[in-house]
Design a protein around this ligand. Structure first.
Ligand code: AMP
Ligand code: MG
Length: 517
């Protein structure tokens, strides 16, 4: 969907607004009716401090990041802690349901999220064709859907969400954006006593699979239809005249989800909690909880300690995404009316995933156009990586050097990852050399260069996030700021940042996290 410039008159007249005023917010989701949301003021935070800002995400909304301007920082802190909305009212929380770990969990909802409204995108380069973006506070206090929760998010998980959202965006992976992080001394009890923070997230829509499940399984099919019509009008207006909009929507979600999961697999990202309430109808990454980027490659890896059976492990993400799409299909069936058609629509996922995964791995290994034997070459590489527990990010990154100069010495960093199987590494690299033997020197250089744009140098490694968090807990955000800056340019080696590209120290062990956040 392209932005129609005639719908953006303000962009021409007023390209950048000063904080704190957000561009006019409209509250379209609320127009769906009282069944879909509740309107109430957030609690906000006592003495909020603006800690982290994404300049890019600010530009998306036409906002200028406040930098060192004290007044502007205070205004941002007031607005993005929820304190301004607390005084003015007007935020909403939405109701949804979901399947968690394969079981029906019934009604859930935004237990700690407040939607301030929708703002018009002011930066076509970042809008991905979406003219309106919802602005949502996470952690600004309880809502009618908080159940036993306190409506809060702790600093630790908020830093992780802020850094990972922006890192994913810069890796080219569709995701909710993080505009800023505000914190406070407000104590919050988790396993230990921690402090509260609020992350402001941006997304064209926060509708999840679970929103449809909520109305379907409670038998409210008129409301289900209203939600489908809203979602189509809002995100896929081109489908509005389709004979079966619910079916076409399902097809779109399946396709987008397929390409999303392939991108996760290719960067070694494990979401950790792929419940249907954490699956976006856009097919974008949402809800950064116990996620992890793999260091040592282990297909069975999940960072989530509550997931004892590895339901959401790296290798299972594609299968689980399909399971979730079947749950969405089931929820939409009263509107779709044809079970086989719904199943066929879900199978678009497999096609989209396999194409994106194949293309992703071809690019990562520098193979160019697929050939018959490539799937074997890729699979043997993955088996070798797994057997050696080689570092996912670094191993792929260093392969570009082998492609650039096949007769040259192996990069020591690469051999080190395969210490336990040096012979197998040599054999596999020989097959890669043979596969690429037709390339001349210039073509090799070009291929190696394109590999550097398929294999990031920097991802949000767990030990780096932990370091930034432990400093931030002492009030020092410099490590978080540095990490944010580097993750905004993940493809290019940045001088002085070698420590951020290195694998986790051997004693670090695989990252593990609980759901508590
Ligand atoms: P999650 O596993 O983080 O996706 O959360 C599942 C459900 O629990 C969602 O409805 C959340 O809004 C809700 N939730 C999680 N943490 C809290 C909290 N601290 N307070 C209130 N609700 C929460
Ligand atoms: Mg969630």
């Amino acid at each position: 969907m392209a932005i129609d410039p005639s719908t953006l008159p303000d962009l021409v007249r007023d390209p950048v607004r000063d904080p704190p005023c957000l561009p006019q917010l409209r509250q379209r989701y609320a127009e769906l009716g009282a069944e879909f949301h509740s309107t109430h003021a957030p609690q906000g935070l006592p003495q909020p401090r603006l800690r982290l800002v994404s300049d890019d995400a600010a530009r998306l909304l036409g906002l200028r990041a406040p930098d060192d301007d004290t007044d502007a920082r205070e205004a941002w802190a007031r607005m993005f802690s929820g304190n301004q909305a607390a005084a003015e009212g007007g935020a909403i929380s939405t109701v949804y349901a979901g399947h968690q770990f394969g079981n029906w969990a019934g009604q859930l909802g935004d237990g700690r999220a407040h939607l301030l409204g929708e703002a018009m995108s002011r930066d076509p380069a970042q809008s991905l064709g979406h003219a309106w973006w919802e602005v949502q506070l996470k952690g600004a206090g309880p809502t009618p859907y908080s159940r036993r929760g306190d409506g809060r998010a702790v600093l630790r998980s908020s830093i992780r969400e802020f850094l990972c959202s922006e890192a994913m965006w810069h890796l080219g992976i569709p995701t909710t954006r993080a505009l800023c992080l505000v914190d406070s001394d407000l104590p919050v009890r988790r396993e230990t006593l921690e402090t509260a923070a609020v992350v402001t997230r941006l997304c064209p829509s926060f509708v999840r699979f679970g929103h449809f499940e909520h109305f379907s399984y409670s038998g409210r099919h008129d409301s289900l239809r209203r939600l489908v019509d809203y979602t189509v009008a809002r995100l896929h207006p081109e489908l509005a005249d389709a004979a079966n909009p619910a079916l076409e929507l399902l097809r779109e979600v399946a396709r987008a989800t397929g390409s999303l999961i392939a991108r996760w697999q290719c960067v070694g990202f494990v979401h950790g909690v792929m419940n249907t309430d954490n699956m976006s109808v856009l097919g974008w990454t949402i809800d950064y909880g116990p996620f992890g980027f793999m260091d040592a490659f282990d297909p069975g890896y999940t960072p989530n300690t509550t997931d004892a059976h590895g339901r959401y492990a790296w290798a299972r993400q594609p299968g689980v995404a399909r399971w979730n799409l079947l749950a969405l299909a089931q929820a939409l069936l009263p509107l779709i009316g044809d079970e086989q058609a719904a199943r066929d629509a879900v199978e678009e996922f497999a096609e989209s995933f396999m194409v994106a995964m194949r293309d992703g791995m071809q690019a990562k290994l520098g193979l160019g156009e697929p050939r018959d034997d490539d799937p074997d070459l890729v699979q043997d590489w993955l088996d070798l990586l797994a057997d050696c527990r080689a570092d996912w990010t670094l191993s792929h990154r260093l392969l570009a050097q082998v492609v650039a100069s096949p007769a040259g010495q192996l990069p020591p960093g690469l051999s080190a990852q395969f210490e336990s199987r040096p012979r197998r590494l040599q054999d596999w690299l020989e097959r890669l050399r043979l596969r690429l033997h037709e390339l001349d020197a210039a073509q090799r250089a070009q291929r190696a260069d394109s590999m550097l744009r398929a294999n990031p140098c920097y991802v949000l490694r767990h030990h780096l996030a932990q370091h930034a968090i432990s400093q931030a807990r002492q009030g020092d955000f410099s490590a978080a700021l540095r990490l944010h800056r580097v993750l905004c340019d993940p493809w290019r080696e940045q001088p002085g940042c070698e420590d951020l590209a290195a694998p986790a120290p051997p004693d670090a062990g695989p990252p593990v996290l609980s759901c508590s956040s």
